[in-house]
Ligand binder design. Structure first.
Ligand SMILES: [Zn+2]
Length: 256
């Protein structure tokens, strides 16, 4: 076993600070954004008093390193492409047949965590790994993430589309806006809609059409801003800066 891989295995056998199981009794050590460490770390990155405490920052960064140690290749994808995350912490089994690419479990939750970490800590030191890892997770969302579980945030097209949109807003490049636009178009396509399973709560934000509307509104705001930018500067204008796009809706947990 290569030294790097051996170190990764040893690291995964140690419990990180902020280790978390859900539910508290008889639960599982989930890794993802809805029930696991990614979600806990993401919330902590939004707490300014915590970020002024050097001990807390050390624990948060150690937690993010632990999350990153779980990165895997999607089964069947080129070796070293990475970007995929298992559902539970400490899992050493690679290339499980069950590849979940949802906000609640898997790569989309990693995108939000790593983009926020990049925003908070910048690109120096540990931070050099954050945005490239977020982009690898984004590639998995782009290739695997047009879900049939409905339009929702938790395990639906809008949740995964927002991950692509978040990468564009983090300055990862115009292709991520293009990709989020394609997810928006897919959401509005009747043939795609007919493939959706019926969510338990079809109008809700977490499972249903409220998420689809929220996502399309944000993508439209970005697209309109880009058109105005090109019209005002001429056709040679570069991509519009995400920071100049007015936010129309947004929703809790995804954006500060
Ligand atoms: Zn879910």
């Amino acid at each position: 076993m290569a030294n790097k891989e051996l170190l990764r295995c040893l690291f995964l056998h140690t419990q990180p600070p902020l280790y978390y199981e859900w539910p508290a009794e008889g639960g599982s050590p989930y890794l993802g954004a809805a029930h696991g460490l990614m979600g806990i770390l993401y919330a902590m990155l939004h707490c300014p008093p915590l970020l002024q405490d050097p001990m807390a920052v050390m624990d948060i960064k150690a937690g993010i390193r632990y999350v990153l140690a779980h990165e895997q290749d999607v089964p069947g994808s080129p070796s070293g492409s990475g970007g995929h995350y298992p559902t539970q912490m400490g899992q050493l089994k690679r290339n499980s047949d069950r590849v979940l690419v949802h906000w609640c479990h898997g790569a989309p939750g990693a995108v939000f965590l790593l983009c926020k970490a990049h925003e908070v800590f910048g690109g120096g030191g540990d931070g050099a790994a954050y945005l490239p890892a977020a982009c690898r997770a984004g590639e998995v969302v782009w290739s695997r993430g047009l879900l049939r579980k409905g339009p929702g945030l938790c395990h639906g097209v809008a949740g995964n589309g927002f991950a692509l949109h978040r990468l564009w807003k983090s300055g990862a490049g115009a292709k991520w806006l293009h990709r989020s636009q394609q997810f928006g178009l897919a959401l509005g396509d009747e043939e795609v809609q007919q493939t959706f399973h019926n969510p338990d709560n079809p109008y809700s934000l977490f499972q249903g059409s409220a998420a689809g509307l929220s996502f399309i509104a944000d993508v439209l705001a970005a697209t309109n801003a880009q058109h105005h930018h090109v019209a005002s500067l001429g056709t040679d204008a570069g991509p519009v800066k995400a920071s100049s796009v007015p936010m129309m809706l947004g929703f809790p947990l995804y954006e500060p």
